[in-house]
Write a protein that binds this ligand. Structure first.
Ligand SMILES: [Zn+2]
Length: 95
């Protein structure tokens, strides 16, 4: 499942592109756990998909910053945004 590609809505791709243009890094937020029959495999039934964007950093000392995460022994300020899953329309059935 590690190579599963999450489908993101158009607005998420736009947000990601904007961050990348400014030198940021963007990661898809993968739903946890296996997909079950009858449950949307894109969001695992949560109805949402997200992207995590690095909006600041790298920092050597994370203590003065909010919402930081470690990556390659450096600290980055992150912002996670969730969007309605485009595959199941937020759990309401096919979009
Ligand atoms: Zn879904």
């Amino acid at each position: 499942m590690s190579d599963t590609r999450v489908e993101l809505p158009y607005i998420a791709r736009e947000d990601a592109s904007s961050v990348k243009r400014n030198g940021g890094r963007v990661f898809a937020v993968f739903p946890d756990g296996p997909a079950f029959d009858g449950i949307c495999a894109n969001c695992n039934g949560s109805g949402q998909v997200g992207i995590q964007m690095f909006v600041g950093g790298p920092f050597v000392d994370p203590t003065a910053k909010r919402n930081v995460t470690e990556h390659d022994d450096k600290w980055y300020q992150v912002k996670t945004t969730f969007y309605t899953c485009p595959e199941c329309n937020g759990g309401m059935g096919a979009a």
